[in-house]
Design a protein around this ligand. Structure first.
Ligand code: GDP
Ligand code: IMO
Ligand code: MG
Length: 429
């Protein structure tokens, strides 16, 4: 059996959490492979809404083994908070013991967040728009080989090392900022969260995951952020600090490439981006505001307004290529019902020349997106089968499949777990 991957093909918030929740029952394990508390993955079912930042999206199902892989940078304070919220809603993760954490995952210290804030302040107008969760500074320490890992929690010098690194971070802050900080209070809160972490198996998760595969089980690898925010292939420097691509799942979980099965590429029927950086099909004015309101395009973590734009085929083709997407999943088609007509960017003109496949976008690119107009399709939120979808939407899907040359396996028609249409041709899968 194989490890399938769910990942985003745009700039994040495509609905990966919902998709993992829908698909997870088919798998023995759900494993997060990179990123950290910059993610916000939303699950909706039975009238409940759950937002997960660090926990894998299979966590609400007792029988599923959830793994935080070695590629993740783990904020234990967010972990603790998320567990408390879940437990108060009846998801007793500590009792269920359906979570294990890689010994090799790096820890985010409270001072990493301060360094993140400082870096953004120093950039001024050129800021990335980071979530300021300490992601980049934690990965930087990992690369500098001075990061503190989950395994270190078990070592006698753990406390000394944490204090030393936190002091080193404080010394990088300007005097005014450093003075405001009560390092001891941060430290105490961090250590309380470490005690929560220790309730769970801190193990070599790559052994567990490979064991599941070797015994004929299957795994769903959960991506965070998305392809166009990938550290190597996204719109650098307006990217996150890890590899969101399917290849990142191999590294971040310790799974060999030939064990990867389906790669599910999730994309919204339009585009959004939080933070700065190039966005060729960005909309402005009333239509942008309408899409933001109807689509509830406000950050799951930071509550920031998301920038909105039309669906962009050149970047989608690029993302499909980078990830080797085998099946597409389109989300939020219901949101486009609010628009009078629907635009789709089929290609760009760059210096008068047609460009069908985008590569890495840079800000200085003088891109002119070329749009094709589609008819709107009315309300689709109650559709559960392909036969219940309006012809205008079916035509739109057929156009996308032909252009992208990858089948669309699922159409998400609303935020709820049940609001999903599986394409008829995939019924036997
Ligand atoms: P993720 O980061 O990719 O998991 O996505 P987020 O959870 O940050 O953002 C997606 C938002 O859209 C969440 O509020 C979801 O509940 C919601 N959502 C997911 N799929 C659909 C859909 O098909 N239609 C609508 N209207 N909302 C959706
Ligand atoms: P999910 O998993 C959307 C964006 C930030 C910023 C850039 C760098 O919910 O899709 P960072 O905090 O990583 O230093 O921020 O990346 N970003 C996201 N945008 N969804 C996310 O995660 C994101 N995680 C980071 O807005 O532009
Ligand atoms: Mg999100």
């Amino acid at each position: 059996m194989k490890a399938d991957v769910v990942l985003g093909l745009q700039w994040g918030d495509e609905g990966k959490g919902k998709i993992v929740d829908v698909l997870s029952s088919q798998y023995q394990a759900v494993a997060r492979y990179h990123g950290g508390s910059n993610a916000g993955h939303t699950l909706e079912f039975d009238g409940q809404k759950i937002v997960l930042s660090v926990l894998p999206s299979g966590i609400v199902k007792k029988e599923i083994h959830n793994v935080i892989g070695s590629g993740v940078v783990l904020d234990v304070m967010t972990l603790r908070h998320e567990l408390e919220v879940l437990e108060s809603s009846g998801y007793r993760v500590s009792d269920w013991q359906n979570l294990s954490i890689s010994k090799k995952a790096h820890l985010i210290l409270p001072t990493h967040r301060l360094l993140d804030r400082l870096a953004e302040e120093r950039l001024g107008e050129r800021k990335i728009g980071s979530t300021q969760k300490g992601i980049a500074p934690a990965y930087a320490d990992k690369v500098l080989r001075k990061g503190i890992r989950v395994a270190d929690v078990l070592q006698p010098n753990f406390e000394v090392r944490c204090r030393k690194l936190m002091e080193e971070h404080r010394n990088q802050l300007p005097q005014t900022m450093a003075k405001e900080i009560d390092l001891e209070a941060y430290y105490q809160e961090f250590m309380e969260s470490i005690r929560v972490l220790q309730k769970f198996p801190l193990i070599d998760t790559e052994l567990v995951l490979n064991d599941i595969l070797n015994k004929g089980g299957s795994i769903l690898a959960e991506g965070a952020q998305a392809t166009l925010l990938d550290l190597d292939h996204g719109s650098y420097p307006f990217v996150t600090s890890s590899n969101a691509l399917s290849g990142g799942a191999c590294v971040g979980l310790g799974i060999a490439p030939h064990k990867i099965g389906d790669v599910y590429g999730v994309f919204k029927a339009y585009c959004t981006r939080v933070g700065n950086g190039p966005f060729p099909t960005e909309m402005e004015g009333e239509s942008a505001a309408l899409l933001r309101t109807v689509g509830n395009e406000f950050g799951a973590v930071t509550k920031r307004s998301r920038r909105t734009g039309w669906l962009d085929l050149p970047t989608l083709k690029y993302a499909i290529m980078l990830n080797g997407v085998t099946k597409l999943i389109i989300t939020k088609v219901d949101v486009l019902s609010a628009m009078e007509t629907i635009q789709l960017c089929t290609h760009y003109l760059v210096e008068g020349k047609r460009v069908d496949h985008a590569s890495t976008l840079v800000e200085s690119d003088a891109i002119v997106p070329v749009f094709k107009e589609f008819k709107s399709w009315g309300d689709v939120g109650s559709a559960r089968e392909e036969s219940q979808l309006p012809t205008a939407l079916i035509d739109y899907i057929a156009f996308l499949e032909e252009a992208l040359m990858v089948p669309i396996a699922y159409i998400s028609v609303g935020p709820d777990r049940a609001q999903m249409v599986k394409r008829a041709c995939f019924d036997h899968f």
